[in-house]
Design a protein around this ligand. Structure first.
Ligand code: MTE
Ligand code: MO
Length: 374
């Protein structure tokens, strides 16, 4: 409800969809903090925000574990070794607006939340690793390949009410935190209180909020969020000719970056150099950004951002940057950015390179146009 959102979120948050509540911070706020303050952390909801009493909440651990268990909140909080991880959550819809703009004129209707570049945030998440909880259940049975998370919210899929249910492969058990704190405070209802999963490196969709059940399976979840959302389709596939089985399930988030200032359309007065700020993130394969480059002329010249101009490395988190870039004297200029990770992955040049009809993981080089006045 709006009472919960008023309490949990800063008034400056931009509303991407008003119901269910989905919001992103402003560009200025995103680059102010390497650890995003909780009231400014983006929110992605598919349905209502459940208000759950931690005293009656129970976490069920079942499926293909050797000894199914259930755990109370106090036991989760104080019965196991805890771990704190600094991790960036990124919605696979971040920067979707660019794919939507690319599709205008070709498609009759745009689908999914029109996020700009701020559907991400970084927090110190504290909880118990999924591996620890599975060990507490005597480990997995041999057939187990995936672990399913159940969230207590209700949303409608094919006009039927359902819970939010997705899974992750068992190889992510050690990285995954079953979290009850965000930046040293108990989770707020908006971010999944009392307990949520945090799966570092993966798309945000796998980090289930309002978690009440963990279930080991011999295959990925068959729930619609897993099998009919968050799929990546080939360029040739459109919303009129796809089959769900043609898409693959999106796991790790690819390398991406975006310019937060200057802003698109701005007139920028300068003395030969323009200060450019933004974020860079890599999830899936190599877990921090090694280099960022900015171009003031659409990608003809690239200026590296020195290490001193990049924020501290955290294994699962973004790096923010601020750099002064030599800038041509006068006229319309196209600024763009690209990041590199430790496996020498970088970003595709064009939005079209990563085009997929369900408009997930837009990670081509981000562009802004300014009018330069020297
Ligand atoms: N968990 C539940 N139960 N319901 C949801 O709608 N949205 C997912 C994920 N976990 C969601 C959920 C998506 S798509 C994202 S990107 C992240 O939560 C966002 O987490 P945040 O709202 O804490 O930023
Ligand atoms: Mo998401």
């Amino acid at each position: 409800s709006w009472e919960t959102i008023k309490k949990d979120k800063d008034r400056s948050m931009l509303h991407v969809l008003s119901f269910p509540y989905n919001g992103e911070a402003t560009k200025d706020d995103i680059v102010k903090h390497v650890i995003t303050p909780n009231p400014l952390h983006f929110v992605r909801n598919h349905g209502n925000i459940p208000i759950i009493d931690a005293n009656t909440w129970l976490l069920e651990l079942g499926g293909l574990v050797n000894q199914p268990k259930s755990i109370k909140f106090d036991q989760l909080k104080s019965g196991f070794p805890t771990k704190t991880v600094t991790a960036t959550l990124v919605c696979s819809g971040t920067r979707r607006k660019e794919q939507q703009m690319e599709a205008l004129g070709e498609f009759d209707e745009l689908i999914n939340a029109p996020w700009t570049e701020q559907a991400l945030g970084t927090a110190r998440w504290t909880g118990v690793t999924l591996k620890t909880l599975v060990d507490y259940c005597g480990g997995l049975r041999d057939e187990a390949t995936d672990i399913e998370f159940y969230g207590a919210d209700t949303y409608f899929k094919r006009n039927k009410p359902d819970n939010y249910i997705v899974s992750i492969p068992i190889r992510k058990m050690e990285d995954t935190i079953i979290a009850f704190e965000m930046n040293g405070e108990l989770l707020t209802p908006t971010h999944g209180a009392p307990v949520r999963a945090v799966v570092p490196g993966y798309i945000g969709a796998r980090s289930v909020k309002w978690l009440y059940r963990i279930k080991a399976l011999p295959h990925p979840s068959l729930a619609p969020v897993q099998s009919e959302e968050y799929l990546y389709f080939t360029h040739q596939m459109g919303k009129h000719n796809f089959r769900w089985s043609d898409g693959f399930q999106i796991g790790g988030m690819p390398i991406s970056s975006a310019i937060m200032s200057p802003k698109n359309g701005e007139v920028v007065y300068h003395n030969g150099k323009v200060k450019v700020t933004g974020w860079a993130y890599t999830g899936g394969t190599s877990n921090w950004v090694e280099r960022v480059e900015v171009s003031p002329n659409g990608g003809s010249d690239w200026y590296p951002v020195s290490t001193a101009q990049l924020s501290q490395k955290f294994w699962w988190a973004w790096r923010l940057f601020a750099v002064e870039v030599p800038t041509p004297a006068q006229g319309y200029l196209d600024f763009t950015v690209r990041a590199w990770d430790g496996n020498m992955n970088t970003q595709p040049t064009l939005v079209r390179d990563g085009w997929n009809w369900d408009t997930h993981v837009t990670n081509s080089c981000h562009h802004i146009q300014i009018y330069s006045v020297n």
